[in-house]
Design a protein around this ligand. Structure first.
Ligand code: CA
Ligand code: CA
Ligand code: CA
Ligand code: CA
Length: 452
């Protein structure tokens, strides 16, 4: 991959050089150059222009070969080929949960990781590691959420832990971490209430613009195999002093076996809604305002297949899609588009893959710079053993019925979690992958030559 990226850079550099040469030789840029050029006979100038044009044409032909594209079935004639430069930044234990946020307030996004027994952040651009919490619970950490909740440009962090896969009565934990003035030093944990089986968390925007912490267990209390009590998805309201009591409210209590969820904002109010993947399919939860008192959440079923991972994006025709891994730790990645009417469940566009091994991560963004989203799918091949991998799926028609599939990595990254963001701030969305069996933390820098 690195070789491919460097080839592309060489092509770009050569191309720029040829263009500059063409301009310099044909159209001198300043008075001095113009005077000098006027002394060159016309026939020589014509030959120089022809030479430069030839060189530019050759480089453009070369560039076309090296930056392969795929024809699509609508307006754009070509979809660019994605290119990635992989950089391993650490050896880790499991890599449960990633976030990309600015930790130290230098406006460069840092990488935050909840590993087995530690919480650490990696400082952009050196990726120097700072461990900020250790052994918060007796058992493993399992999830992490970071965002700037007080508006000072530096993120706040919460962590889920005491992870115990099939236990659903006593284990689980939620901690908020208070940052010291030097954020590379250990942070102070504050233990919050938790439901058993804590598994995923997100900071979400409320109606007043404040950030709240949504925390979702995997299982309902005392429920192991998806029957009995539903799991309680909770919203915690941070108090002014995080060491004082945090209140919490129930967002939903009827789903089972929910591996992941995702904040969305599909309507015209500023607060975020949630999409939740569970045994009962994918559900959307929208806050409705009551007269004072706690929020109530309206639930809408989007799909019916047991789903483990869930994300959303935009198709080339502008319609919304969701993508799910089915079932939990499943082999299927399926994309659905928004229906015309609210009364319907979402329409299947495409089964993107049926051969994932232990599918564990999804991310959607416009990695190629084409004006609509593509889907990253990662699988770890642990509970269903085999070869892990990361693939990128790109829609090739307006409705998302046809997709291009590209492999980004193979057995070198056993994906536990993936997050995306522009880590090197070059305008292209990058990928960070934390891997379990291969124990590596890898950035995939996006080196696509996009049409923009
Ligand atoms: Ca930073
Ligand atoms: Ca902050
Ligand atoms: Ca909203
Ligand atoms: Ca980038």
């Amino acid at each position: 991959m690195q070789m491919a990226a460097s080839k592309d850079n060489t092509t770009l550099l050569s191309s720029n050089f040829a263009i500059q040469l063409l301009f310099l030789r044909s159209f001198p840029l300043n008075q001095h150059d113009r005077r000098n050029t006027m002394t060159i006979p016309l026939s020589t100038r014509c030959r120089m222009l022809a030479e430069a044009t030839l060189m530019l044409t050759a480089v453009m032909l070369c560039s076309t070969v090296w930056t392969a594209t795929t024809p699509n079935a609508f307006g754009q004639s070509q979809v660019p080929q994605d290119r990635w430069e992989k950089v391993t930044i650490d050896e880790i234990e499991i890599g449960y949960g990633l976030q990309i946020e600015d930790v130290n307030g230098d406006k460069k996004p840092d990488i935050i990781l909840a590993d087995k027994s530690t919480v650490q952040w990696y400082e952009n651009p050196t990726w120097q590691k700072h461990v900020i919490a250790k052994d918060l619970t007796e058992r493993d950490n399992v999830c992490i959420a970071a965002t700037d909740i007080d508006g000072d440009g530096r993120c706040e962090i919460a962590v889920g832990g005491q992870w115990n896969y099939r236990e659903s009565v006593k284990d689980g934990a939620v901690h908020y971490l208070i940052a010291p003035s030097d954020r590379s030093q250990p942070w102070s944990p504050v233990k919050l209430y938790n439901e058993p089986s804590t598994h995923r968390m997100h900071w979400i925007s409320g109606p007043d613009g404040s950030k709240r912490l949504a925390v979702k267990p995997l299982r309902g209390k005392g429920s192991v195999d998806g029957d009995g009590a539903g799991l309680k998805l909770l919203e915690y309201l941070p108090p002014k002093d995080p060491r004082s009591d945090w209140t919490h409210e129930v967002i939903c209590d009827f789903l089972h076996l929910s591996h992941n969820f995702h904040p969305v904002n599909w309507d015209d109010d500023p607060e975020e809604e949630l999409i939740v993947a569970a045994k009962e399919g994918v559900w959307h939860f929208d806050r409705t305002r009551g007269e004072g008192g706690p929020s109530k959440w309206k639930s809408t079923q989007l799909t019916s297949e047991f789903a483990g991972e869930i994300r959303d994006g935009k198709l080339p025709d502008g319609r919304r899609f969701i993508v799910a891994i089915q079932p939990m730790h499943g082999s299927v990645a399926a994309a659905y588009r928004e229906p015309e009417s609210n009364a319907q469940t979402w329409e299947l566009c495409k089964i993107l893959s049926e051969s994932l091994k232990d599918g564990h991560a999804l991310a959607c963004a416009d990695f190629l710079g084409v004006g609509y989203d593509q889907i990253v799918v990662g699988w770890r091949a642990m509970n269903d053993p085999g070869v892990p991998g990361i693939k990128l799926f790109t829609p090739l028609d307006p409705n998302g019925n046809h997709w291009r599939e590209n492999q980004l990595s193979g057995d070198e990254i056993a994906v536990e979690d993936i997050k995306i963001g522009d880590l090197d701030q070059d305008g292209q969305v990058d990928i960070i992958a934390a891997a379990r069996q291969t124990k590596n933390l890898v950035i995939l820098f996006n080196r696509t030559i996009s049409p923009k």
